[in-house]
Design a binder for this molecule. Structure first.
Ligand code: CA
Length: 408
């Protein structure tokens, strides 16, 4: 289940606002599940979901303790870029991706042409989300898992909306409550859609009147393709490329917020791997950013619009690079030349919190202390690095934490 951390769901969950304890009474006692369920049912009925659907989906429903356990768990250490790539885009996955592309090339090409998505990218998402459908069925009842989390009180508003939307999907007849299964946090089917994503983007490709993202590959591929195209995918562009940066490159510019045209990056000394000039795009307004996922001592990438679209799917830069690399490798393009320094490890959750606390105490605003080193914390790291004469790559590491401990 560890890989679910990297699914679309995890990102939605992490980005969901912390819950107001809407289902907790003023004395701090949690409302009994059965009472809570009666109210939930009334709300669903008022929203137009049929009594028959609610009877089938909610009768005898009980919370799943394991779901709470999984929700409360903190990963011990974050992964370095190298570890992440070695886990998610290894030789076995690349070989399986080639095989899956070949097996399904007709359907993937048909759907890719209709939506403007190159088939290799659909295969890459498919591989990362459910190991090409192997995990598409899911283990947990989606209704029971979402009810557990909606009742729990930590992020109730978010999960309540997912639960009501899941009930609506059942009511629309796309799937039965028994067959609606997925991850512990409500991600479903071949591409791990949460219910609101299903509601907004899932599509019936084979025209049988049902959107079956669990069992029908056409429906699943078309739903993912529809999400991507509506999120800005460009079917005539690649995701980006690995590049080499010139000596003395200003790492303030290695930031998704900094966008330049390819000729501008070329003028700054950025080159293709091997030293060749950057391509001159036919689309002259095309802009690109530089990312350095392992910091100044690791690889650098020039990333385009499609990379940003992958980050709509999953906000992680590591994930977006994994999609790009897997898609490339599936059609025989080369591996990244480096994944950054070998060995080492990412910061633990506790170390991430300590880093944020110490940076805040030194006057660098991390936007709170939650152990998750996001964009705001990376900005604070850059500010600290600039103030102390380090290369401002914004990269959190054990070494950086040690340096921060010494103060300014
Ligand atoms: Ca269908």
């Amino acid at each position: 289940m560890r890989r679910l951390l990297f699914s679309i769901l995890a990102i939605f969950v992490l980005s969901a606002p912390l819950a107001v304890h809407a289902e907790t009474d003023p004395t701090g006692q949690q409302q009994p599940f059965d009472e809570w369920l009666v109210e939930l049912r009334a709300e669903a009925l008022a929203k137009g979901i049929s009594a028959a659907t609610l009877d089938a989906a909610l009768t005898g429903l009980e919370p799943i303790p394991r779901v709470i356990e999984l929700d409360r768990r903190q990963p011990e250490f974050t992964w370095t870029f190298r570890k992440y790539m070695e886990k998610l885009v290894n030789g076995q996955r690349i070989e399986k991706g080639k095989q899956k592309l070949a097996e399904n090339v007709k359907l993937l090409t048909e759907i890719g042409d209709k939506y403007g998505i190159q088939p290799r990218f659909l295969v890459a998402f498919w591989g990362l989300e459910t190991d090409f459908g192997r995990l598409a069925e899911g283990y947990f009842s989606t209704i029971a898992a979402l009810a557990t989390l909606a009742h729990d009180g930590r992020r109730s508003a978010f999960f309540r909306e997912q639960l009501l939307t899941a009930l609506k999907i059942i009511d629309q007849g796309h799937i039965t409550a028994e067959r609606m299964k997925g991850s512990w946090a409500g991600a479903m089917g071949h591409f791990q859609f949460i219910p609101t994503t299903f509601d907004a983007y899932a599509t019936d490709y084979d025209g049988d009147g049902k959107i079956d993202i669990w069992g029908n590959q056409g429906d699943a591929y078309a739903s993912a393709a529809n999400f991507l195209t509506k999120s800005g995918w460009k079917g005539d562009e690649i995701w980006g490329r690995e590049v080499v940066l010139p000596k003395g490159f200003d790492f303030n510019m290695a930031d998704m917020k900094v966008r330049k045209t390819l000729p501008e990056w070329q003028a700054l000394g950025v080159r293709k791997v091997g030293g060749g000039n950057l391509p001159v795009p036919t689309n002259v307004v095309m802009t690109a950013s530089i990312v350095a996922p392992a910091g100044a001592n690791g690889p650098a990438f020039l990333v385009y619009k499609n990379f940003r679209t992958v980050m709509v799917w999953n906000r992680s830069i590591f994930y977006a690079l994994a999609v790009g690399q897997l898609a490339d490798r599936i059609i025989g393009l080369p591996a990244f030349t480096t994944l950054g320094p070998a060995g080492g490890r990412g910061l633990s959750h506790a170390e991430g919190m300590e880093l944020q606390q110490r940076l805040s105490a030194l006057g660098f605003d991390t936007g709170g202390v939650d152990g998750v080193v996001g964009p705001k914390s990376r900005e604070a790291i850059r500010d600290f690095q600039r103030a102390t004469g380090l290369v401002p790559d914004g990269h959190p590491s054990v070494e950086l934490l040690e340096r921060v401990k010494k103060g300014l």
